[in-house]
Design a protein around this ligand. Structure first.
Ligand code: ZN
Length: 265
């Protein structure tokens, strides 16, 4: 009897120990489960953040590349720098206010003071043999000159293509001439002999102070599309004229320089 009681107590103890072990195991598994799910969540959040950072980086890299390929183009609003050539005809709605240089010749009202001062100072410095041969030309007048030239060559037996080619060697089409703009002036006999005159020498040194530039220099013919014209001078304003000469740029180059340069205008 006593022995069997001891056996029963032992059995009970064993059962209690087993239950305890079982409970501890369950609790341990539970704790491990909670910890691992927490850890997984944290890892997921980290990955998301990292991929956002990567996205931001790749976006900024993309922006940098775009900036290099397409630099911002600045709009030039200075009326003194209006470009007129065969690729940039005078706008149809271009308004111009003119003043008379003499009885027949006209120039842009805003720049005529500078032209007159330049001519006056040249003469005061002993350069007497200089005169304005051609200044502003209306689009209609330019058309008239152009048509006359074409007809002259056609009468000589040239084809229309030849007549156009020969005419364009010394005359622009209407709206493609700076003379339609009222800011260009031709001196004396409008020929290459002007290069050897005192007037040309004086202009080369001093015209920039009055805002005038030699518009078609010999070494820029491939850019301007016009052969050397020592007699043709263009008003661009003193500041621009001085800068263009310092940079050795013709108007086409200078405008591009201002449009894409990294400075304020
Ligand atoms: Zn001219």
């Amino acid at each position: 009897m006593k022995e069997s009681k001891i056996k029963e107590t032992k059995k009970l103890k064993l059962i209690i120990i087993l239950v305890l072990i079982f409970s501890i195991s369950i609790i341990t598994i539970g704790i491990i489960g909670i910890i691992s799910s927490r850890y997984k969540k944290l890892e997921k959040e980290n990955n998301e953040e990292r991929s956002e950072v990567l996205e931001v980086n790749s976006q900024s890299e993309e922006n940098n590349t775009i900036e290099v390929v397409v630099p911002a183009k600045k709009e030039i609003t200075d009326w003194k720098l209006i470009l007129v050539n065969k690729d940039n005809p005078l706008p149809q709605d271009y308004q111009i206010e003119l003043s008379y240089i003499d009885r027949t010749r006209q120039f842009d009202k805003r720049a005529i003071g500078e032209l007159n001062n330049m001519l006056k100072d040249m003469k005061a410095r002993g350069v007497q043999n200089v005169w304005v041969q051609s200044a502003y030309r209306s689009v209609e007048y330019q058309q008239n000159l152009y048509d006359k030239s074409i007809n002259k060559y056609l009468k000589q037996g040239k084809s229309i293509e030849e007549a156009e080619e020969l005419t364009l060697e010394y005359l622009n089409k209407p709206r493609e001439s700076e003379h339609n703009l009222g800011l260009a002036v031709d001196f004396n006999n409008v020929d290459e002999g002007f290069e050897n005159t005192k007037a040309y020498e004086w202009l080369n040194k001093n015209a920039e102070d009055y805002g005038f530039i030699l518009r078609y220099p010999e070494d820029k013919a491939n850019i301007t599309g016009i052969e050397y014209e020592p007699w043709h001078w263009r008003y661009v304003g003193k500041e621009n004229a001085v800068q263009m000469n310092d940079l050795n740029m013709c108007l086409e180059e200078y405008i591009e320089y201002l449009e894409y340069g990294d400075f304020n205008i």
